[in-house]
Design a protein around this ligand. Structure first.
Ligand code: TYM
Length: 335
């Protein structure tokens, strides 16, 4: 395999995956397998930047791995593994911690969001979180990274780190990675507040659709989703200033694999109450097979563990020679 078109992406094992993770990232990951060599990682090192219960972390790591397979990622063709099994991530992250500038990290909006008001008590790991992301990607010299829109700033930092390393050591070693952000749902919003993104960490479960939700619950959440009083417009550009309407139409478009204009044309003038029934049917039709397959896979934990072990071995084989070269460039002695 050549390293000219290599994909890396990651997802945190911090609870259930939701529709945003699926439409913004994981569905695209599955589709990209046709054209790229793909490495998909369950990022447990990132998860512990916030407190995690060890038992729950293990369970969630397996659940997320099962969702990736259920969503169509082939663990034989692609690599699926959990981050902590391959030590190159943490080792390269340290080297990058010595390349990244405090000023760059101070600009990261996700740290500000996650640390909240009480920054003094946030972990140092949360602060250098994006440096570990750069290490994840560059440990494999990945050229493309499919993500949702919220990760864009982190990927810009990855390019800065790669460029800065190359300059500092006078080498052309790391590629400048391209983000792949595509589809009608690159930023799926909270069902109760169209100005906030759908997130695992929101207190109310009614703000998101989880990949583990039963059909009745999916329908109920969609019916209760906030909308405005106007009917659906005939063209998508009229959704400006209607964040909730725009979100539901975007979700429909992504699930149906059409664009927002096609959804507007189909439902022009309809009330949201009726549209929501169609959206619920569509969401259930698309998500239920994934949920069922995920549950089936989780009945055999030893199979999931075998996939993660095999993935880690293959990932390690790719990362080890790259890390070795980095160590030589930096001047570490291996007597
Ligand atoms: P995480 O676990 O928060 O999310 C996994 C993927 O889902 C996307 N996503 C969304 N897309 C659309 N709408 C939403 N509401 C939404 N919420 C989440 C994310 O953009 C992401 O692609 N830091 C990363 C994990 C990571 C990583 C990496 C990603 C670690 N190392 C290296 C790429 C490359 C994260 O926390 O994703």
């Amino acid at each position: 395999m050549t390293a000219t078109k290599r994909i890396f992406s990651g997802v945190q094992p911090t609870g259930n995956l939701h529709l945003g993770n699926y439409l913004g990232a994981i569905r695209n990951w599955a589709r990209l397998q046709a054209d790229y060599e793909c490495i998909y990682c369950v990022v447990d090192l990132h998860a512990i930047t916030l407190p995690q219960d060890p038992q729950a972390l293990r369970a969630s790591t397996r659940e997320v791995a099962a969702s990736l397979i259920a969503a169509g990622i082939d663990p034989k063709g692609s690599i699926i593994f959990n981050q902590s099994q391959v030590t190159a991530h943490a080792e390269l992250a340290w080297i990058f911690n010595c390349v990244a500038k405090l000023g760059w990290l101070n600009r990261m909006t996700q740290f500000k969001d996650k640390a909240g008001k009480n920054r003094e008590t946030a972990s140092a790991g949360l602060y250098v979180y994006p440096v570990l992301m750069a290490a994840d990607i560059l440990a494999y010299k990945a050229t493309h990274v499919p993500v949702g829109e919220d990760q864009k700033q982190h990927l810009e930092l990855t390019r800065d780190i790669a460029g800065s390393f190359n300059d500092a050591y006078g080498v052309d070693f790391f590629p400048l990675t391209e983000p792949l952000i595509f589809g009608e749902a690159t930023r799926v919003m909270n069902l109760r507040d169209g100005t906030k993104k759908m997130s695992k960490s929101d207190e109310s479960d009614y703000t998101r659709i989880n990949l583990t939700d039963a059909p009745d619950l999916i329908a109920q959440k969609i019916r209760k989703a906030r909308t405005d009083a106007l009917p659906l417009p005939g063209v998508a550009r009229d959704l400006v200033d209607r964040p909730e309407a725009n979100n539901l139409i975007g979700i429909y478009a992504a699930l149906a694999d059409i664009d927002r204009d096609a959804v507007c044309a189909k439902f022009e003038g309809a009330q949201f109450a009726g549209f929501k029934n169609d959206l619920a049917d569509l969401a259930i039709a698309k998500l239920s097979p994934i949920t069922a397959e995920m549950r089936r896979l989780l009945d055999d934990v030893s199979h999931i563990d075998a996939v993660l072990r095999d993935g880690a071995d293959r990932a390690q084989a790719l990362a080890a020679p790259i890390l070795r070269e980095v160590q030589d460039i930096v001047g570490f002695l291996h007597p």
